[in-house]
Design a protein around this ligand. Structure first.
Ligand code: DGL
Length: 254
């Protein structure tokens, strides 16, 4: 069984992609709502939290992990792989980079949290094999709060999106990676801000495509368990809205 974890409820965009593509898959989801957000914190703190998240899921019986959080994927993947060499660990960055490269773009934009962008990981991975591809990375930290407030289509959200993203349109970027769990929920606002010609890459969908190819195990009696480290009425309400159905959340003490 696979364990999926995130800094909070944003990782449910990855769960949603999994439910769509592999509805029979068993999983345990862990959202660290007690410590969210991770994206404004230092790499050391994110690594410390990520170790606890992974341990919780492995102790609960998971034998593979999907790191749904871009910030954790950016700073903690190597450390988790060193700690657990026998566990198959999926992260969201490589599949999104591969999908962006596959579009044939010569100018690729990346947006994410401060921690993700500061890590420089997208730039490194893209330019590792494709040195001539131009990469422009930009932190868009306000998007997380706007999404959690449910402001997907407000005038202010559109203004903020234009303020963050006009540069990608002006400099003729062809592909933009949505490098944060929350950004797929703003797809239409982001697409409008960057223009119709820019191809958007959703890292949630890409990681699940990779998981399907490499690790999916269809079980007859699929179980889906959801844990949060802090259960507040607001988190539960937005989680259920994003998933489009009622799910039960259990409390995780980590
Ligand atoms: N899950 C985080 C990410 O994808 C966004 C929310 C946070 O900052 O914790 O980077």
């Amino acid at each position: 069984m696979t364990g999926i974890f995130d800094s909070g409820i944003g990782g449910l965009t990855v769960v949603k992609a999994l439910l769509k593509l592999l509805p029979e898959e068993s999983f345990i989801y862990l959202g660290d709502t007690a410590r969210t957000p991770y994206g404004n914190k230092s790499a050391d703190t994110i690594i410390e939290y990520a170790k606890k998240d992974a341990k919780f899921l492995l102790d609960a019986g998971c034998d593979s992990l999907i790191i749904a959080c871009n910030s954790v994927s950016a700073v903690a993947t190597d450390i988790l792989r060193e700690l657990y060499p026998d566990v198959k660990i999926f992260e969201v960055i490589t599949p999104a980079v591969d999908a962006a490269i596959a579009t044939g773009a010569t100018r690729i934009g990346v947006i994410g949290t401060r921690a993700t962008i500061a890590s420089g990981i997208y730039q490194k991975k893209i330019q590792n094999g494709y040195a001539k591809v131009q990469v422009l990375s930009k932190p868009c930290p306000l998007f997380v709060s706007l999404v959690e407030e449910g402001w997907m289509n407000e005038r202010e959200t559109k203004q903020i999106a234009r303020k963050y993203l006009t540069v990608f349109r002006e400099k003729s970027y062809q592909t933009l990676i949505l490098g944060c769990t929350h950004y797929p929920l703003l797809t239409s606002v982001i697409q409008r801000a960057v223009g119709k010609k820019i191809h958007l890459i959703d890292s949630a969908e890409e990681v699940i495509q990779k998981y399907k190819k490499e690790a999916a195990t269809k079980k007859e009696a699929a179980t889906k368990t959801y844990f949060l480290t802090d259960i507040s009425p607001h988190s539960v309400a937005i989680a259920q809205k994003w998933l489009g159905k009622k799910v039960h959340f259990e409390k995780a003490d980590i």
